[in-house]
Ligand binder design. Structure first.
Ligand SMILES: Cc1cc2nc3c(=O)[nH]c(=O)nc-3n(C[C@H](O)[C@H](O)[C@H](O)COP(=O)(O)OP(=O)(O)OC[C@H]3O[C@@H](n4cnc5c(N)ncnc54)[C@H](O)[C@@H]3O)c2cc1C
Length: 401
């Protein structure tokens, strides 16, 4: 996109992004800039946006051409849907759904490849890293409900691919679209995994939550699990390890951070009009929680986590064939499977008090801000109740057919 400002033609991403909902923070523009003049800078809400050093910018316009939100990126065919779970219970318990990601990562590393995915750093910031040792897979296991910083991982991926080595890259659908757009060509040695994504919460909200946890317990948080399944997968808890050795388990409905996440009060603006929803994806494999499994295939539900897996490409079918002995797997009807997971198809609606909340966390204790701004209105409660009844009726009709 070319923008004219005071008679000067501007070809740069900051002019092309008309409002914040047009930027998913994927880092494609940052990675592709031939002059390295784009940096990703946090705004007041804690989300990264590109900033262009005008003195260095030659206005080549590549950053605009590569933006996957502004431009269309090709999507795959209608996928095959599977219910799947890893036969190793320990892995399933340390994963968010059926532990499928770990099997994919093991397969790639066994073939001399590198796996990119999301890990905590030493300060519990959430970022993408690349690994090529099996012992490090556990760092990528489990959902981290915070927007992950890509940093230089697209550039590193390209380097590895150009050297002829294999890569598995996992991330949100917008991050996978960003990677493909940045690479600009198909690599046979690249496989990608995305997830059904409700949306990505603000890294600032995450930091404020961590600070709050540390303040009330008078010690710092050492590690954090968003999905402890010891009380079951559907009724999961968060598990917090503190530096003084204490462990605190909180049912997810009572954890202020999870309440903020699930009520969509702290999501990135682009998540409310996400371009990357649907059955067709930019990835080879899509992973999700198979929330309707107890209705669709009760035999595959032991409440320890079952994945819904969408397989989009021949490459992905080949990987699946190689790991099939390690899985319990069954094909399912895609429409029936998606019925239980609205995040697959629809963007989450922004909480009406989103902006107030994201500024309140700067001066109010995190849990107080959650109590003040996240309580659902009477109308929302009624809407949810009606939706619950309607989906139960739908299920009864489908079963009767
Ligand atoms: C922000 C977010 C929202 C989600 N929303 C939904 C939803 O609405 N419905 C649903 O069914 N599933 C959702 N998921 C996906 C789901 O929780 C599981 O990640 C998925 O089912 C894979 O589970 P697994 O057991 O195979 O592997 P796991 O070991 O649980 O998966 C780990 C994988 O998740 C990736 N990952 C972890 N954190 C992030 C992050 N912050 N950003 C990008 N990738 C990440 C890792 O790189 C790795 O590939 C969401 C995940 C995230 C991170």
């Amino acid at each position: 996109m070319i923008m004219k400002q005071r008679g000067i033609v501007k070809k740069s991403i900051v002019y092309a992004i008309k409002d914040k909902s047009n930027c998913s923070g994927c880092h494609a523009c940052y990675a592709v800039c031939p002059k390295n003049c784009i940096s990703m800078v946090s705004d007041d809400e804690g989300f990264w946006y590109p900033k262009v050093d005008e003195a260095k910018c030659v206005q080549c316009g590549i950053c605009v051409e590569k933006c996957p939100v502004i431009n269309e990126v090709d999507k795959d065919e209608i996928p095959t849907a599977y219910a799947a779970l890893n036969k190793e219970l320990d892995i399933r318990l340390s994963s968010s759904s059926g532990g499928i990601f770990t099997l994919l990562a093991e397969h790639i590393i066994d073939n001399g490849g590198t796996v990119f995915g999301v890990a905590f750093d030493n300060d519990l910031n959430v970022r993408h890293i690349g690994i090529n040792k099996k012992k490090d897979i556990q760092r990528l296991q489990g959902s981290k409900y915070v927007q992950s910083k890509i940093g230089d991982c697209y550039k590193k991926t390209k380097k590895i691919l150009d050297a002829g080595n294999v890569v598995l890259f996992s991330g949100t659908p917008c991050q996978i679209a960003g990677l493909h757009s940045y690479l600009g060509k198909i690599y046979d040695n690249l496989s990608t995994v995305d997830i059904f994504c409700l949306g990505v919460p603000s890294p600032k909200a995450w930091r404020k939550h961590l600070e709050y946890c540390g303040e009330i317990e008078k010690t710092m948080v050492q590690s954090y699990s968003f999905r402890d399944k010891s009380e079951g997968w559907k009724n999961y808890s968060t598990k917090i390890h503190y530096k003084d050795g204490r462990i605190k388990k909180i049912p997810h409905q009572q954890n202020p951070y999870m309440r903020a996440f699930l009520s969509a009060v702290c999501m990135r603006p682009s998540c409310h009009s996400c371009k990357f929803k649907g059955e067709q994806r930019h990835s080879d494999i899509t992973l999700a929680d198979f929330w309707g499994i107890s209705n669709v295939l009760p035999d595959m539900d032991d409440d320890k986590g079952t994945s819904l897996m969408l397989v989009h490409s021949e490459k992905a079918e080949e990987i699946l064939t190689s790991i099939i002995d390690k899985l319990v797997i069954q094909t399912v009807d895609i429409d029936e499977a998606l019925m239980y997971n609205s995040a697959a198809l629809y963007s989450v609606k922004a909480h009406p008090k989103r902006q107030q909340f994201l500024s309140a966390v700067d001066y109010m204790p995190f849990d107080v801000a959650v109590k003040k701004y996240c309580e659902p209105s009477l109308l929302t409660k009624m809407h949810r109740k009606t939706r619950g009844v309607l989906s139960r009726v739908k299920r009864i009709i489908i079963k009767a057919k």
